[in-house]
Structure formats: C-alpha cells, structure tokens
Design a protein around this ligand. Structure first.
Ligand code: G4P
Ligand code: NA
Ligand code: NA
Length: 189
C-alpha cells in the first residue's frame, strides 16, 4: 500500500533492536484517513469469504481492526491482555510471549461473544515473531472457530512470524513488508 509506505518513510524512526517507531500515525497518534484506507484495503482483500467477525489484540491492533470492521460491516473483538495467571471459566485464553518486551501476557476473549460456526479475520498492527496471531489462532482453535487469515499493517519480514504462519497455510496479507531496518534505514521488500 503506497500511501502507508510513504507515511513510514516520512514519519517512521528506527530504534535500537530493529524496532520501527510509528507513533505519529499508528501506535499513539492515529491517522484516521490512513487507517480508514487500511480498513478498506483489508475489506477488499478478504471480501466474499463468509467472515463473521474481526479479532485483534489490544491496544495497537484496535484502530486498524475497527476500520476493517467498519468497511466490512462486522463487529470487532479486541482480546484483552492481562498479566499471566488470570483464570476465568467464561473466557478463552492463550499465553502470548513478547520477544520485544520479554514478557508473557495472557490474552482472553469472552465466550459470550463467540459463536460456533464463526469465521474470523485476525488483524494486527505489527507482525514480527507472530506470537499475537498465534495466540488468537489458539483461541480460535479452542472455540471451534475458523480463521480466514491475518491482515497485518506492517510486517517485519526479517523476523520469522510471517513465514511461519504462511508455512502453516495461513493467508497473511501485509500492507507494508519491511526487509531490513539495518543502520537506521527502512528498506521495503
Ligand atoms: P509478535 O506479536 O509478532 O510476536 O511481536 P513481538 O513479540 O516481537 O512484539 C511484541 C509487541 O511489540 C507487539 O505489540 C508488537 O506489535 C510490537 N512490535 C514488534 N515489533 C515492533 C516494531 O518494530 N515497532 C513497533 N512499534 N512495535 C513492534 P504489543 O505488545 O501487542 O503491544 P500493543 O502496542 O499492541 O499494546
Ligand atoms: Na499489536
Ligand atoms: Na504494538
């Protein structure tokens, strides 16, 4: 998505540890016109597949997920994140390890908002090691829900998440794919 790449080039900064900071339009301040187009792009790509709901993980996945839900006229669920050990019978849960933050969070989705026979689209802001998407897939598995695929705003293609998911047969659609952040430079695939 050309406009997204331009925003990354203009406003993105590279932090040590191969982290791309995009607080100007995605992770803190949200560029709503851009995010609206992101939602439309995911809606177009995943159209006509019988998708019934959008899933994401709080907090940074919410903006692109809500825009996708708006474009597809579908509800959006954001999995809640807790420190591990939170147990609740009314929730589906999965543990998600963050390589970036070196912490494990338990993500949960209330059983109240999941119905048998659903087909969900997973949306997230970043795909790096794939742990957030894997966590949502684990929950979908527990819930007996089908996964249509994953819509990702920015994929860090030099990290293993995208390849691992595609190797498993997951349809991963990323709007910007970053090949390298070496020497503070953003290089797209
Ligand atoms: P993974 O989900 O793909 O495995 O990601 P990883 O463990 O590597 O990263 C953990 C968190 O850091 C995730 O956010 C992920 O979106 C974010 N992240 C990873 N690489 C980058 C990057 O280069 N830039 C930015 N801005 N974020 C990155 P999270 O912990 O779920 O936090 P939240 O922001 O959604 O609340
Ligand atoms: Na995220
Ligand atoms: Na994030």
């Amino acid at each position: 998505m050309q406009e997204l790449k331009e925003k990354i080039e203009k406003y993105g900064t590279v932090l040590p540890g191969n982290v791309l900071k995009v607080d100007a339009f995605l992770n803190h301040q949200v560029d709503t016109d851009l995010m609206y187009k992101v939602g439309q792009e995911f809606a177009k790509h995943f159209a006509d597949q019988g998708i019934t709901k959008i899933w994401t993980v709080e907090s940074s996945g919410i903006a692109p997920a809500v825009m996708t839900g708006l474009a597809m006229h579908l509800p959006v669920i954001f999995a809640r994140k807790h420190k591990s050990l939170t147990l609740n019978n009314n929730m589906f849960t999965a543990d998600v390890y963050s390589y970036t933050k070196k912490t494990t969070n338990r993500i949960s989705i209330s059983k109240k908002y999941v119905e048998a026979g659903e087909k969900v689209l997973l949306i997230d802001d970043f795909l790096a090691n794939g742990q957030a998407v894997e966590g949502m897939m684990e929950i979908a598995d527990q819930a007996g829900v089908q996964v249509a695929g994953a819509g990702i705003v920015i994929e860090k293609s030099f990290q293993p998440g995208g390849k691992e998911l595609r190797d498993k047969g997951v349809e991963v659609y990323s709007l910007a794919q970053i090949k390298s952040l070496e020497d503070g430079q953003v290089e797209f695939v």
